[in-house]
Design a protein around this ligand. Sequence first.
Ligand code: SME
Length: 151
Amino acid sequence: MTIDYIETGKIIASLTEGETDEVALMATVVCELHHADDRFDWTGFYRVTEPEVLKIGPYQGGHGCLVIPFARGVCGAAARTGEVQLVDDVDAFPGHIACASSTRSEIVLPVRAGDGRLLGVLDIDSDQPAAFTQADAEGLATLLASVFGRL
Ligand code: SME
């Protein structure tokens, strides 16, 4: 099954109408994303809880590491640079943090509130190599802006 970002965005919009609690929004987003695509083997948020520190938020899949400094990992790179990280081969990414040995590729996007504040990052891991494309980056970025832009 491959995700339809527009349809999934509509479902999430309906489920979260009027909601402004960050954790409730994150929990709903990861639930709908994770079950919408067979490539998504781990789907979760890391939140900015103090300067230069990410802590795990709502997620689906095996256990994820609890704390990631901005200086480390794919998630830290997304938080540090503000840029989407599209990683075809995690073993080729310097400093990749492996929460599961089965992970082969990964996409991580920064998550911003409507005022531009960095709330955290969305991390999706796949056991398939080169699982993610620019279309995923664009579809996810649009979906995240529609949900968290209200904050
Ligand atoms: N791979 C991420 C760490 C989070 S686990 O994959 C859930 C990273 O390198 O930042």
